[in-house]
Design a protein around this ligand. Structure first.
Ligand code: SF4
Length: 362
């Protein structure tokens, strides 16, 4: 198949659903790590098409959602500093913090600007040499290379006023944390297609080898997801655990070596603070010592204190796959995309937003 329409072919989708229903004979619980998968699954109504004993759980794959309250507070504190321009992708500005959101900080006078790429942030730095331009580096392995590229470009051009608050996170350690916690039983993982394009399918080998469960990497079109679920069902029915790649047009075993090399030059793996999990060892990227002059946390050492989660919000449990958004007492009554209480309702990749948008019932 070559064109996107072919990956949306209703006849082929029907055949895959029939195959899954015919093959799946015993209970199976799968997790889609990625928020993009969660939204795609709801959009195509996949849950309703699957047999009742085949359960899909949403995972923590929404970078905005897993940014901890303390890290959000740090970003807010940076935004309020005089002469700082804080640049960020759009969803982050609406996440409620203890003293409002970045959007509200902007209304109160902070210079917070939404960008569509790290290169936009770099351009703002070029045009404002007398100001400090901080890019809020939020995202998984998919977006971390673009942050690395902007930092290297700033080095090449000698753009001294550009820095990054580096909050990038790694997906395999969070999956491991879910399995180690034992709060939710999983028989397989639908692997995140975009992330795995960078890290390579082999990065998921630890799932069969150490946890005895399969991972099938999938893309985001209906046939991609159905093929991924079908492969996971096949492996489960055969009593096998393996890593398979159902997104061959984008993902290889070894991943994108150029991106990996670039990230390796800029970043070192470090402990990162995840909403809903707390600190997870070796789950984030920090700037290497040699790039401390580009590290906003180093340049502007603002004090932040631990901040409680919004009252009544269950984002942490939603992100760990322990509960569904509809089980949260605030879902739809108090919390909606217009009046979000937690980040999972704000982000375009958030599970609560998906459940709300596609009409899941409480
Ligand atoms: Fe938090 Fe709202 Fe989701 Fe409840 S519905 S977990 S309050 S984001």
């Amino acid at each position: 198949m070559k064109y996107v329409d072919e990956f949306r072919d209703p006849q082929a989708a029907r055949r895959l659903v029939e195959r899954i229903r015919a093959r799946s004979t015993r209970p199976i619980q799968l997790m889609e790590f990625c928020g993009g998968h969660t939204h795609a699954i709801f959009k195509i109504g996949l849950r309703q098409l699957l047999p009742p004993h085949l359960q899909l759980r949403s995972g923590p794959g929404c970078p905005v959602c897993v940014t901890s309250s303390a890290d959000l507070e740090r970003a807010m504190a940076l935004a309020r500093l005089p002469d700082v321009i804080l640049t960020t992708y759009g969803d982050m500005v609406r996440v409620p913090g203890s003293r409002g959101s970045l959007q509200e900080a902007r209304a109160a006078g902070a210079d917070v600007r939404i960008v569509y790429s790290t290169l936009d942030a770099l351009e703002i730095a070029r045009k404002n040499p007398a100001r400090s331009v901080v890019f809020l580096g939020v995202g998984f392995e998919t977006t971390a290379p673009t942050t690395a590229a902007a930092l290297l470009q700033a080095e090449v051009e000698g753009i001294a006023n550009f820095s990054v608050l580096c909050l990038h996170k790694l997906t395999p350690p969070a999956t491991r944390a879910i399995l180690d916690a034992g709060e939710v039983r999983l028989d397989g993982v639908l692997g995140p297609g975009h992330v795995t394009t960078i890290i390579g399918a082999d990065a998921w080998r630890f799932l069969p080898e150490q946890y005895g469960i399969s991972c099938v990497v999938a893309g985001f079109e209906p046939l991609d997801i159905l093929s991924g679920v079908a492969a996971l069902v096949d492996l489960h029915e055969e009593g096998q655990a393996d890593v398979r790649n159902a997104y061959g047009r984008s993902v290889s075993s070894e991943g994108n070596r150029v991106a990996q090399e670039m990230m390796g030059r800029l970043f070192e793996v470090s402990t990162a603070d995840w909403r809903g999990f707390g600190p997870i060892p070796e789950s984030g990227y920090a700037l290497r010592e040699a790039y401390a002059h580009r590290d906003a946390a180093h340049i502007f050492p603002v004090e932040v204190t631990a901040v409680p989660e919004p009252k009544g919000c269950r984002c942490g449990e939603v992100l760990r796959g322990v509960m569904e958004p509809t089980e949260c007492g605030l879902f739809r009554t108090v919390c909606s995309p217009r009046t979000p209480v937690g980040p999972c309702m704000v982000s375009s990749e958030g599970a609560c937003a998906a459940y709300y948008r596609y009409g899941a019932e409480t």
